[in-house]
Design a binder for this molecule. Structure first.
Ligand code: ZN
Length: 65
């Protein structure tokens, strides 16, 4: 199934080097962590980031119902 919000980009702040970068939801949806492109540290997808994704999921779920 093609995910309608898979291309939606969200901002991620690296807790280690404090650089921010963008990732698409599709890149993140099946991962528990992502690697910072700047310093290479693993960033866990949880807390604010997880909440952000759930909010987007909800918002888009309403749009595409
Ligand atoms: Zn980093």
């Amino acid at each position: 199934m093609n995910n309608p919000f898979g291309n939606q980009k969200i901002d991620i702040d690296c807790p280690a080097c404090h650089k921010s970068f963008k990732k698409s939801i599709g890149d993140l949806s099946n991962k528990r962590s992502i690697k910072c492109p700047s310093c290479g540290v693993d960033i866990k997808i949880e807390g604010d980031l997880g909440r952000q994704m759930r909010d987007l999921d909800k918002a888009f779920g309403k749009l595409f119902k």
